[in-house]
Ligand binder design. Structure first.
Ligand SMILES: [Zn+2]
Length: 129
């Protein structure tokens, strides 16, 4: 079980994340919080979000020499929460505002290691939002 990750029910199904929503003021958090940092209430409820968000910013790491470049980004979901993670797939054409979707990430042994982002397949058809 991966902390905060809701794996797809079937192959190719959507990956979602599990945060929390304050039952008092409605503020949302990822990772989930027991105590709201906005109003101090202890009324956190499970809050699922994803699978699609909008790329807020990103960087490409080209060090050390010999390793392929890797991209990392921050993605906004529902305009409420910003999540940081690895960007997989072809990131040469991504831009701030690109629609991204959550995917599962494996470690070097092929075991589930968490979530990552990948540009949405329909990106480019309708521009950015
Ligand atoms: Zn609150």
């Amino acid at each position: 079980m991966l902390d905060g990750v809701i794996p797809p029910a079937e192959d190719g199904g959507p990956v979602r994340l599990l945060g929390s929503r304050c039952g008092c003021c409605g503020e949302v958090f990822f990772p989930a919080r027991a105590i709201c940092t906005n109003c101090s209430a202890q009324r956190g409820e499970p809050w699922e979000f994803g699978p699609e968000g909008v790329l807020y910013t990103y960087t490409v790491v080209r060090e050390p020499p010999g390793l392929p470049p890797r991209a990392f980004g921050q993605v906004d979901f529902e305009g409420k929460v910003r999540v940081q993670g690895r960007i997989l797939g072809d990131f040469a054409s991504i831009r701030i505002g690109t629609r991204m979707k959550l995917v599962l990430r494996s470690n070097a042994d092929g075991l589930p290691a968490g979530f990552a982002f990948r540009p949405s397949e329909n990106e480019g058809a309708s521009g950015v939002g």
